[in-house]
Design a binder for this molecule. Sequence first.
Ligand code: ATP
Ligand code: RIB
Length: 304
Amino acid sequence: MSRVVVCGSLNMDVVVQSARRPAAGETLLGAEVTFLPGGKGLNQVIAAARVGAAAAMIGAVGDGPFGKTLRTFLADNDVDTSGLHVVPGQATGLALIQVAQGDNAITVASGANSRFSTAMVRTAPRRDEVWVAQFETPVEATRAIMRKARRAGARTVLNMAPFQPHPADLLKSVDVVVLNEIELAQATGVRLRAASSERRIVEACQKLRAKGPRAVVATLGPRGAMVVTAEQSILIPGFAAKVVDTTGAGDCFVGAFAARLAQGATPVEAARYGNAAAACSVGRLGAAPSMPTAKEVAARLASA
Ligand code: ATP
Ligand code: RIB
């Protein structure tokens, strides 16, 4: 069976829920705190595993208790953790996430994620695999991983989040780029807003596609996702959802999308599946714990 291999970040998310976010210099009482597994890499591999893909995580954690908690969480979700490295003397990545009124603000202390390197990747990519990376670990390592995976005949998915400056040739090793509107604007210099027209979004995606990837998928929040390939540009509408916390919605989309690609779906089919999965995830608190099962996604697809 084809599998999804995710190279990237793992964080402990410290989620603070309050009625509103404090202004600069203000102290706000009455918040609730929860410690939840997160990090874009971890979230994406959990999303892929929960919808039924064989999945493996390659990344770095510190030698304290958070690293152990994240490893256990991955193993409990049937993710292969043999590619997880412990960096002595380093803290595990930590994200401070302030959730208020259905929106969030995130500050990341990268810790061991910043020490991730290609030397930690001891698994050789295979033709039948989908390799996934993001920009929360060093860009040079991501570039080398995407190139090696492409050369081995694996399919490659790059989530350009959070946006980072990168070498121009990186995108030539990528099959599918997935990014949100803000990252699309940063990657192309095209000015975009939440309400930008489909035509403008397509123009930006085409500009990015010209740099090398075979497909560009722009996630557009509740609007869904724009898929731009050589053959077509198509908006795949989002699914209705009651929003509790959107943290990790983009990661859910990427993981579910990669899982479908691994099963032989086209980018357009995989994006519809990603939309359905992400609509499930926004209804629950947290990133990784909010990832839906295949059964939940099937129900959401059937409801449309
Ligand atoms: P985040 O940073 O919050 O993880 P993102 O900004 O990377 O998310 P978005 O484009 O906001 O990514 O959302 C990713 C996907 O999640 C969308 O393409 C859509 O399928 C789904 N989604 C997000 N918000 C909603 C919503 N309010 N209702 C339904 N689906 C949503
Ligand atoms: O995309 C959501 C993730 O971003 C959170 O889980 C947090 O860890 C940050 O990396």
